[in-house]
Design a protein around this ligand. Structure first.
Ligand code: DGY
Length: 319
């Protein structure tokens, strides 16, 4: 029997699955586990099931000890994990691709609609108690039909977002490290372009690339200036892909029309310059937040853990 440390609250079904074969030490506190407590708990663990709020670095891996076999992140993004440090120590790192694709694409489309149709502004107006009535020019937004969606990072979530946008009548262009499956490109009528062209021609730019040194501040002042002044930026990937200060300034100056953000550069903080702006929709990292999706993510992390502890290849290895 191995010892599995779970660094935060996850659906009970996943804990039950792990408990059928192993001893499970799961953090149950309402707040995130503190760093000190985390370092103390992982000592002697064979497996760590981690949430994206926990940093899994060399210090933590060393605190766990040489018997550690697997770090199973309950997220598709794994910028919280130092993967080379895992590899150096022979620790398998895993993530949860696939199971949150549709839920995240739903939120991306939701943000596209909320930003372009000014739903947040309308909601705030009604709740403020101000007088309002239907008017020909009242809270006019921008239609999606016939507009161009530029997807940055055309993996599963990018493609699922494109599929939804196509149903709303949008044309799709994308920027990606590689060509996508020609059948999918044909189904979506999607054309691959470079980032400069994508920024120049898109009416909505939606970010779906992973975060890392290569994508840090991929969208900054220069890229925002290259977008149409009528365009919108949506980010459901990772906050630091966007220079939040530059975005706040571009939105304030009307360099772009609006934005929808599910992720932030220094979560859970949000750049103060964004908070007072009407033309940005802000939601608290809800991309995968459905009961079904979070359960599927936790179950996949449990499957990854059980496989490595049985010396089998896990369903979703990173290294
Ligand atoms: C992920 O899995 O990376 C998401 O950000 C979680 O919501």
């Amino acid at each position: 029997m191995s010892r599995v440390v779970v660094t935060g609250r996850v659906p009970e079904a996943a804990l039950e699955k792990l408990r059928t074969e192993h001893e499970v030490d799961a953090w149950k506190g309402p707040e995130s586990i503190g760093r000190e407590e985390l370092l103390r708990r992982v000592a002697g663990a064979d497996a760590v099931v981690s949430l994206l709020t926990e940093r899994i670095d060399a210090e933590l891996l060393d605190a766990a000890g040489p018997q550690l076999k697997v770090v199973a992140n309950v997220a598709v993004g794994y910028d919280n994990i130092d993967v080379p440090a895992c590899t150096e120590r022979g620790v398998v790192a895993t993530n949860t691709p696939g199971v949150l694709t549709e839920a995240t694409a739903d939120i991306a489309l939701g943000l596209i609609l909320s930003a372009t149709r000014r739903l947040g502004e309308g909601e705030r107006l009604i709740r403020s108690g101000q007088d309002w009535k239907w008017g020909m020019f009242f809270l006019l937004g921008s239609s999606l039909q016939g507009k161009t969606l530029g997807i940055v990072g055309m993996g599963g979530i990018g493609q699922a977002t494109a599929r939804r946008a196509k149903a709303f009548g949008m044309e799709i262009v994308y920027q990606s490290r590689s060509e996508i499956d020609p059948g999918v490109a044909a189904e979506l009528g999607a054309r691959r372009v470079d980032l400069d062209e994508l920024l120049a021609i898109s009416d909505v730019v939606s970010l779906h690339c992973p975060y890392g040194p290569a994508t840090h501040h991929l969208v900054g002042a220069e890229q925002l200036a290259a977008m149409k002044s009528s365009a919108y930026l949506v980010n459901t990937a990772r906050g630091p892909i966007v220079d939040e200060a530059a975005l706040a300034s571009a939105l304030r100056q009307g360099k772009i029309a609006g934005a929808g953000l599910d992720v932030f550069e220094n979560e859970p903080s949000v750049h103060p310059g964004l908070l007072g702006l009407e033309n940005v929709v802000l939601v608290p990292h809800l991309g995968s937040a459905t009961v079904e999706t979070r359960t599927a993510m936790a179950m996949l992390a449990a499957d990854n853990t059980l496989a490595v502890l049985s010396d089998e290849r896990p369903p979703a290895p990173i290294n």
